[in-house]
Ligand binder design. Structure first.
Ligand SMILES: [Zn+2]
Length: 112
């Protein structure tokens, strides 16, 4: 069987649209086979791993950074499966300050 995959090169930085496209090129076929809720399950598992890393690893360590990256990648996979444009969603909700009070920094009463 002939493989159509190729080695991807590392970029110096990634914008959110670039990241979403990169995650789609890398994982979307597999994500579709797994399905939305199966992929959501992996996302939740990664959130659990981030929780552990936040409690047990040195703040800002490579181990913590890796868990942030994993959570973001699975979140992006979910956006790809649902057709959500993450850049548009984030800009709509968070560009220009708090989505509720529109201030920077937020002046909403904090939830404790
Ligand atoms: Zn606010």
């Amino acid at each position: 069987m002939k493989s159509t995959s190729k080695r991807a090169s590392r970029r110096a930085s990634l914008s959110l649209p670039e990241l979403q496209a990169e995650i789609a090129r890398t994982f979307l076929k597999r994500d579709r086979r797994r399905g939305l809720m199966g992929t959501f399950g992996w996302f939740v598992e990664e959130v659990g791993e981030l929780s552990t890393a936040l409690r047990e690893e040195r703040p800002g360590s490579k181990a913590q950074a890796a868990e942030f990256a994993d959570c973001l990648a699975w979140l992006v996979s979910l956006a790809n499966l649902t057709g959500v444009d993450l850049d548009e969603a984030v800009r709509r909700k968070y560009a220009g300050g708090c989505s509720r009070c529109r201030r920077q920094p937020c002046q909403c009463r904090s939830k404790k």
